[in-house]
Design a protein around this ligand. Structure first.
Ligand SMILES: [Zn+2]
Length: 499
């Protein structure tokens, strides 16, 4: 038998097989179980998050003749037809290549006929945003007069391109980027099933390089295992992905930090001669710096391990002489340097310059005058554009959603910074997040332009109204949050609503 790619072999067969997407699987499974499902769905989200697989499991479940607590049984004739690809009543259409109005008209005609052998006909339309305007209109008519035995599942990676009229006629489910933990669990499961002895850190490396798409992570696993199917080690993954590994990155960086510039440049030369790609080296340097910064900022060891996927160990101690601000500057340095690669005539020069600048930055302790920054902030007027919130009690859970979203988006640094803050109050269109006396660094980071813009965007999305987010200091502690904020905002204080 020919080799079956792992991502095909381990395609979810039931709702509980899915990694992540818990809310969606729960909702759909409940609908199947209670026979309350609708006739048109829209699944949206980035590629590789399970939209099509979910549509297939759903189609299988509503046609199953012996449902097991909302899950397809996998044994009845309908389920078996599914497994073997012989199910005639489920049609998968790729809208990228069938996007004309005639394609949809044909589909409408076919949808009128009763299912051939099962209870429901299911049309899965992938990349539905590719339909032409007239095709969307034709589809809309179909959705407006649903036939009782037909279910439409539309899937898209670009929900903003779907007309409002279509959106309003579908039940919508958003597929989230799959969290590292969920992805790790699935990869570990697959490795175990395949009889592979896998190092946790090796699995974590794979997840890290998959950009939140489980399919990519599984394909990377497959590719790495093609050399040795009995075990999975960090070195194998490093080789397969063309990575250097933490130890060598450490060697490169620590030479630069200690001012041994010649050694650092020589090491870089060796690395480049091995054929490693510059972008990957940057990526690993950034990941390494991040791990040090996180170890510094997050006290909970378990949380760090969760964020990094491994125990950072002792390597970080050698960077103790760098302040958090310096580390932060180094991250920005390498990040900016990496961005300018594309326009460069001599790309390696950028990395060499960044290594030299690392030494410059590591030399002098940088003192950020937090107090002064704070003083400036105090005189900023607070705009009052949005009417005061209806019910402040509702805000804390929503704020948690903002955090979850940031975490799910993979921006773990911002998430970690915000985690140390507390949702304090909303003042006009600004959410105030307070930080304790030892957390000026965190506070400054969330007020920093780029990071702040990101948080605002997520908050705006979650609360459904344009919002700003501002980190404030808990410092002038006193009495209670109300008085603290009154002191902070002076005359504007009557505009502040308290939690
Ligand atoms: Zn069945």
């Amino acid at each position: 038998m020919s080799y079956l790619a792992l991502y095909r072999k381990y395609r979810p067969r039931t709702f509980s097989d899915f990694a992540g997407q818990e809310e969606t699987t729960q909702a759909l499974r409940y609908q199947v179980k209670s026979a309350t499902f609708g006739h048109s769905y829209l699944f949206s989200g980035i590629r590789g998050t399970g939209k099509t697989s979910m549509a297939q499991v759903f189609a299988k479940a509503i046609n199953c003749e012996d449902l097991q607590d909302g899950e397809p049984c996998g044994k009845c004739p309908s389920c078996l037809a599914f497994e073997s690809g012989a199910q005639m009543d489920v049609m998968e259409i790729d809208a990228a290549s069938n996007n004309s109005v005639d394609d949809i008209r044909e589909l409408r005609e076919n949808a009128r006929f009763m299912p051939a052998s099962s209870k429901y006909k299911v049309y899965i339309i992938d990349e539905v945003q590719m339909l032409s305007a007239s095709a969307f209109n034709a589809l809309l008519k179909t959705l407006e007069e649903p036939s009782p035995a037909v279910v439409f599942i539309l899937a898209t990676t670009e929900v903003h391109k779907i007309p409002e009229t279509i959106l309003s006629r579908t039940q919508r489910y958003t597929f989230k980027r799959i969290s590292q933990q969920a992805m790790m669990r699935r990869l570990a499961y697959i490795a175990k099933e395949e009889g592979v002895e896998a190092q946790t850190e090796a699995l974590h490396l794979l997840c890290e390089h998959s950009g939140g798409a489980l399919r990519d992570a599984i394909s990377l696993l497959d590719k790495t295992l093609s050399l040795d199917r009995s075990r999975l080690t960090v070195e194998q993954v490093q080789n397969s992905l063309g990575l250097l590994g933490r130890e060598r990155i450490h060697r490169l960086l620590s030479s630069a930090v200690e001012g041994k510039i010649e050694e650092a440049l020589e090491e870089l030369s060796v690395i480049l001669r091995e054929g490693k790609e510059l972008t990957m080296i940057y990526r690993e340097i950034l990941a390494f710096l991040r791990s040090i910064l996180l170890t510094r900022l997050v006290r909970d060891k378990r949380l760090i391990e969760g964020l990094l996927g491994y125990s950072p160990g002792d390597a970080t101690e050698e960077y103790d002489m760098l302040t958090s601000d310096q580390l932060d500057e180094l991250i920005q340095l390498f990040d900016e340097s990496q961005r300018s690669l594309r326009f460069s005539l001599i790309p390696r020069l950028h990395l060499e310059m960044a290594l030299i600048a690392t030494w410059e930055k590591a030399k002098g302790p940088v003192q950020v005058e937090v107090k002064k920054v704070l003083e400036k902030r105090k005189v900023e007027p607070i705009k009052e554009e949005v009417p005061p919130p209806k019910d402040l009690d509702d805000y804390t859970p929503y704020w948690q959603k903002v955090l979850d979203k940031l975490n799910a988006s993979g921006d773990i640094a911002t998430y970690a910074f915000l985690l140390e803050g507390t949702f304090e109050a909303r003042s006009g269109d600004t959410l105030l997040i307070s930080f304790g006396p030892d957390y000026d660094f965190h506070k400054n980071r969330i007020n920093e332009e780029k990071t702040n813009a990101k948080i605002c965007a997520v908050a705006t999305e979650v609360f459904g109204t344009p919002l700003k987010v501002r980190g404030i200091s808990k410092e002038d502690k006193p009495l209670n949050p109300e008085d603290r904020l009154r002191a902070f905002f002076g005359q504007d204080s009557d505009k502040i609503e308290f939690r």
